[in-house]
Design a protein around this ligand. Structure first.
Ligand code: RTP
Ligand code: MG
Length: 137
């Protein structure tokens, strides 16, 4: 089943010079295509909408500070079961719990600065793609 997902290479990935490495891993996966890509500093309004599910959690304010402080790379990736596949490629939220071979497992440091966001379900992908790429049909 071909799907579309929203991926964000977070400010730590850009600052550490890891975007080529991460994009390379996505490109090497057979059958997946990057159909949009942009370097973008995310504003707080956009991030509040994106992270609405986390309002009130203790990590919410520092997460918004981190995500708005420097440029990210936002991408649309299309392909076979790409939503589940990108979550697998990223690894679990906490880099210490993430297995080597996953992006977070190989390069992650602390839980907030975990390099990559990928939509976690079809519903999230649909919602998030509209937030970051409203012109997409
Ligand atoms: P994401 O939404 O960024 O793809 O990551 P995720 O689903 O694996 O994690 P989620 O639970 O949705 O959390 C969103 C982001 O918030 C930061 N976070 N910090 N305890 C903490 O300090 C903490 N917990 C989460 C991470 O940047 C996480 O990716
Ligand atoms: Mg999430």
């Amino acid at each position: 089943m071909s799907q579309r997902t929203l991926v964000i290479l977070k400010p730590d990935a850009v600052a550490r010079g890891l975007i080529g490495e991460i994009i390379g891993r996505i490109e090497r996966k057979a059958g997946w295509t990057i159909t949009a890509i942009e370097l973008r500093t995310l504003d707080r309004d956009t991030l509040q909408t994106h992270y609405a599910e986390h309002v009130g959690r203790p990590f919410y304010a520092p997460l918004l500070d981190f995500m708005s402080a420097a440029p990210s790379v936002v991408l649309v990736v299309e392909g076979e079961r790409v939503i589940e596949g990108l979550r697998t490629l990223a690894g679990p939220t906490d880099p210490i719990a993430a297995a080597p071979g996953s992006i977070r497992g190989d390069f992650g440091t602390i839980v907030r600065e975990n390099l990559i966001h990928a939509s976690d379900s079809e519903e999230s992908a649909e919602r998030e793609l509209k937030i970051f790429f409203p012109g997409l049909v």
